[in-house]
Design a protein around this ligand. Structure first.
Ligand code: GUN
Length: 282
């Protein structure tokens, strides 16, 4: 079997075109969705991510500000900036790029953002809403995975989804999101015994472990849908957590790295910002 490749990049383009039209319509009603992205320090990977987020916002006609703060910014100063943005009615979405330098407590910052502007969906109040199946901002990468599966016509109801990785950014929320869609969800992680026994049981396998080549064709059964969330650099080359070549011989569908899940993350961030703007003006 040779897998059908699901290109998030193409799908992201389609959805962004739809959102561009929506932003133009909102603009006619006097609503101008605005995202503010904050980066602290000069980590090259984080800088490249936030520039991508800002470029994508501008491309669909959305207002976007990038606040670049020096690596020695104090926690107090960052919290003060967030407070001002919370109060600024022209700002609909606030995103603080993680991780933050060690003098700043990530969780304190996440909790300082007004939940109604938390377009990352990381605030405990929004995490709780997701857990209880209420409407909220869903974290962007998990939400991007859900939309990819839906648009590829892969049904979730009753399917066994196996997730490798239990981060707050991806592993945990994607499990919850798919559980809400009536999937049966198994979470695996670094302490899981006999990982292969679990991955072989998957109808849909989501790998977000941050370990290049962790999953190969031997770890999956014929006909599995494989979603690779890994972003690793090996010899300067971007690569996922899944060995694409061997896995695509067995999978029914597979996402590549790059051009797979990554572009969907930014797309869902834009979606969440538009949603925030619409909520405020309801
Ligand atoms: N760092 C890596 N991924 C993300 C993300 O989705 N949101 C934020 N705020 N920081 C990140």
């Amino acid at each position: 079997m040779s897998a059908e490749v699901i290109y998030g990049k193409q799908l992201a383009e389609t959805i962004r075109q739809e959102m561009k039209e929506e932003v133009a319509q909102l603009s006619e009603q006097g609503i101008h969705p605005k995202l503010v992205v904050i980066i602290v320090g000069e980590d090259p990977a984080s800088q490249s991510y936030v520039k991508g987020k800002q470029r994508a916002s501008e491309k669909i006609g959305m207002n976007s500000d990038l606040l670049e703060l020096s690596a020695d910014t104090s926690e107090e100063k960052l919290l003060e900036i967030i407070k001002e943005l919370n109060e600024d009615k022209s700002v609909h979405g606030i995103l603080v790029q993680l991780p933050l330098p060690e003098q700043i407590d990530d969780q304190k910052v996440i909790e300082a953002i007004d939940p109604s502007k938390d377009v990352d969906g990381f605030h405990p109040s929004n995490v709780g809403r997701l857990m209880t199946g209420q409407e909220t901002f869903y974290p962007c990468t998990p939400y991007g995975i859900l939309v990819m599966l839906q648009r590829a016509d892969i049904s979730l109801e009753g399917k066994h989804v196996v997730i490798v990785g239990r981060s707050n950014l991806v592993g945990k929320p994607v499990g919850q999101l798919l559980l809400n869609e009536n999937a049966t969800v198994t979470h695996c992680h670094s302490r899981t015994k006999n990982l292969r026994e679990h991955t072989k049981q998957a109808d849909i396998l989501i790998v977000a472990a941050g370990k290049a080549g962790l999953i190969t064709g031997e770890d999956i059964s014929d006909g599995t849908v494989v979603i690779d969330v890994g972003v690793n650099r090996v010899d300067g080359k971007l690569t996922g957590d899944v060995d694409f070549e061997s896995a695509s011989e067995k999978a029914s569908h597979i996402t590549p790295v790059p051009k797979g899940v990554g572009p969907m993350t930014i797309t869902m961030l834009l979606h969440n910002t538009i949603k925030a703007a619409k909520w405020i003006h309801q």
